[in-house]
Design a protein around this ligand. Structure first.
Ligand SMILES: [Mn+2]
Length: 306
């Protein structure tokens, strides 16, 4: 029986949502309902404090998240983090960078409908779940930088965004200025090939790779339970297949899943999908009879911003 270290972040302070903080507890109960034979999640939960401003609470929460992922990174223990809103990425990946002796060797695949690269200066909403990549790239304003629990950053060439289809000009400018690779949703003809290509590319220069999934990368038809749905997303079944093809990839140190909003879910579709995502990547490997070589690049056109 494999035991997977799992951190639940019981907070939705980084977004406008009321209930996404319950995602981890709901997923824990969902796993508990069925007998586990192959994969056992060992749950740890972090909760925000009652006192202080939202910024102060998020600063402490991200610090707490980072202490777990730093420790697991140092021990080389694969982990799963379950948000919460996507601002938890500040803690998850800031902690990984803290735990690495060579933080420059870290790569991140960011699956999201949005770019999440705002700062307080550019964000129309002021919601922090739209800002984690600015901080992770070292481009945060002062207020955002205070919430980020690391002094190390991701090298722009070690970050790949996949599935983007809704963004503001300012975030695009920030990423473009850094030449971050962006694969837009309408460029993807095969998510399995695109994901494998991204992991292969990062593997060349990175010792560890993280995968951050915002559930809104999936088409709202398949994942209605998200706060900020955007039509034209990836099919759930295709994402699951893609993840099973990189099942427990030796370079992948952790998987993050965020932005589940139970209020908008229909018949627990998105909750069940979260579970399937965990099992596709961390469960027993299936035996794909596909040849990876035959997949091609999976994208149409050039994915570097122009
Ligand atoms: Mn996001």
């Amino acid at each position: 029986m494999a035991i997977l270290q799992t951190l639940g972040i019981v907070s939705c302070m980084g977004g406008p949502m009321r209930l996404c903080g319950y995602a981890a507890e709901m997923l824990r109960d969902e796993f508990a309902r069925q007998k586990q034979e192959r994969l056992l999640l060992q749950w740890h939960m972090v909760y925000p404090e009652n006192q202080g401003s939202k910024e102060e609470k998020l600063t402490k929460l991200n610090k707490a998240i980072s202490q777990f992922t730093e420790c697991w990174t140092k021990e080389n223990t694969p982990f799963l983090t379950i948000g919460g809103d996507h601002s938890c990425a500040l803690g998850t990946w800031g902690g990984v960078l803290n735990g690495l002796q060579q933080p420059y060797d870290f790569g991140l695949v960011w699956l999201d409908a949005h770019m999440d690269a705002h700062t307080f200066h550019t964000s129309p909403s002021g919601n922090i779940h739209g800002m984690p990549l600015a901080a992770l790239l070292g481009k945060a304003d002062e207020k955002l930088a205070r919430m980020y629990p690391s002094s190390d950053f991701i090298k722009p060439e070690n970050l790949i965004l996949i599935g983007i289809r809704s963004y503001e000009h300012e975030e695009y400018e920030l990423l473009k200025q850094k030449s971050v690779e962006i694969i837009f949703a309408d460029q993807i003809n095969r998510i399995d090939a695109a994901l494998i290509k991204a992991i292969d590319k990062l593997s060349l220069s990175c010792q560890r790779i993280g995968i951050s999934i915002d559930l809104d990368v999936i088409d709202p038809e398949d994942a209605p339970g998200v706060e900020t749905p955007a039509p034209g997303g990836i099919k759930a079944i295709e994402l699951l297949e893609a993840l099973s093809l990189i099942n427990q990839h030796p370079k992948v140190c952790g998987l993050e899943i965020s932005e589940f909003n139970p209020e908008k879910d229909i018949k627990n579709k998105t909750l069940h999908l979260m579970r399937a995502i965990v099992e596709a990547f961390y469960g027993a490997p299936s035996n794909p009879n596909k040849s990876l070589e035959s997949l091609g690049s999976g994208i149409i056109g050039n994915s570097v911003p122009n």
